[in-house]
Design a protein. Structure first.
Length: 256
């Protein structure tokens, strides 16, 4: 559908993992020029405060495992605001193209003739790697990275994890805290070694981030969220390179 010049536009923007100084310049400018801001639950108040006076601010509440605004409602809200001629910023934690439903939202808006721009952001796995000093790929250890989620259906893991048995793949598992025990068993059953290094990173990139290292067979205990923040799980040999992950005797240490 062709765009109507009288309509506003929607920017699907990645806010990064939390701190303002991890936003891209383009994302910062988008928020500062927003006339309507629709933001997810994980976006911090400091970032929301960058929106100008008079900007319409609506919390959409999108967060894994919790009651939130339905996607269809968010789509209609963006459409209605854009049809009023507003510059609408749909602000998502991390990067909008990684588990951010950016494809659905873009297709819906373009189908109604609304111009759309996507602004990338720093995703949690990259933020965690930088913050705790480990690489996601590493010569001789990790040739590829798999970004995935631990989806549950009827209380069980929904995905086939056989591909994750590759010992040269680093797994970055989003929203995996509540399913960590099942995830550990599924990966081991698929062929991944129980002794594979693993990390649970809570609130990656933020000032209150914490990392708990251990082994794949300990994942259920590692991934307990102490402060209620989102938990990213990293599985692979590179996890042993994280700051504080190796004790003096060479064994993986569990950090309190």
């Amino acid at each position: 559908m062709p765009h109507d010049a009288s309509l506003g536009q929607v920017l699907l923007v990645g806010a990064g993992p939390g701190p303002v100084d991890l936003m891209t310049v383009r994302a910062l400018r988008a928020v500062e020029s927003a006339q309507a801001l629709l933001y997810d639950a994980l976006v911090g108040e400091e970032i929301i405060g960058l929106a100008p006076p008079g900007c319409i601010r609506i919390q959409t509440g999108k967060r894994a495992g919790r009651t939130s605004m339905k996607q269809a409602t968010i789509n209609r809200l963006m459409l209605r605001l854009a049809r009023r001629g507003l510059r609408v910023v749909r602000l998502k934690g991390g990067d909008p193209s990684i588990f951010g439903r950016v494809g659905e939202e873009r297709a819906f808006l373009l189908g109604h003739g609304i111009p759309v721009e996507i602004v990338p952001g720093v995703t949690a796995a990259c933020a965690a790697a930088a913050q705790f000093g480990f690489p996601l790929t590493h010569r001789g250890q990790a040739r590829r990275v798999v970004f995935t989620t631990a989806r549950l259906e009827a209380g069980r893991l929904a995905d086939d994890w056989r591909a994750a048995a590759d010992p040269e793949a680093t797994l970055a598992i989003y929203m995996g805290g509540t399913a960590a025990g099942d995830l550990s068993r599924a990966l081991i059953a698929a062929g991944r070694s129980p002794s594979t290094p693993a990390l649970a990173v809570e609130s990656a990139g933020g000032p209150n981030a914490r990392v708990t290292p251990g082994r794949l067979d300990e994942l259920g205990d590692l991934a307990v969220s102490r402060y209620g923040g989102p938990v990213l799980i990293v599985v692979g040999d590179v996890a042993a390179l994280a700051d504080g992950a190796v004790a003096e005797d060479g064994d993986l240490a569990l950090l309190a």
